[in-house]
Write a new protein. Structure first.
Length: 97
């Protein structure tokens, strides 16, 4: 992956994380333990009264974007400023990154 693409994807992760926080979601970057034959991804969940998005900090940025897009897809994002690229990814899916 080129440095330019890696930087762009990292900025997208940061932008989508900030959007989630502005919507009241807590975003946690955790090291998700894996066992043989088990692929953990992270995602959205509810813990007591808190809504969380858990991201595996060891995943590449493109996979972190997938988790964030999946968690934010049903949220009302109309009132938030998002870059054109972030808005496009949220509308069309992360495979466009």
């Amino acid at each position: 992956m080129s440095d330019n693409r890696a930087t762009r994807l990292s900025r997208l992760v940061d932008e989508l994380t900030e959007a989630a926080k502005r919507l009241g979601l807590e975003v946690r970057r955790e090291r998700i333990l894996r066992e043989v034959g088990y692929r953990a991804r992270g995602g959205a969940c509810r813990l007591r009264e808190k809504y969380l998005i858990i991201i595996d900090r060891d995943q590449p940025p493109s996979e972190q974007i997938e988790v964030l897009v999946e968690a934010l897809r049903d949220c009302d994002l109309e009132q938030l400023y998002l870059s054109p690229e972030a808005r496009r990814i949220l509308q069309s899916g992360p495979e466009q990154t």
